[in-house]
Write a protein that binds this ligand. Sequence first.
Ligand SMILES: [Zn+2]
Length: 117
Amino acid sequence: MVELFLIHPILFYAFLDVSSWAYKKNLPIIVTNVLDKQKDSETDSHPQGRAIDISVIHWPDRSIREADNYFDAKYGKIAAISGKTGKPNFFVYHKTKKEGSKWHIHLQINAKYRKWD
Ligand SMILES: [Zn+2]
């Protein structure tokens, strides 16, 4: 997945950290989207290289919650601001409204790190 090298280096670093965490727990990292804008997305975080999606297939709920708490605390300073809460949110576990969308992990960094407009 060559697109992976087009994301912001800060996101790439944090993504590798999440990958390393998952590897130690035997959880697969399957990247499902890098640069494609989701149809109902309100931001351009993906096309701007500020977000990456990971499948949660074979991730138990407990591990998703643990990763969510751990990485939100760790990367709060570089996180994108949630449109819903107005607070930094790096690790987002969600499902978009797009038909066929599956629950997944969306990692996102702040808009100040945008690479392209
Ligand atoms: Zn996403």
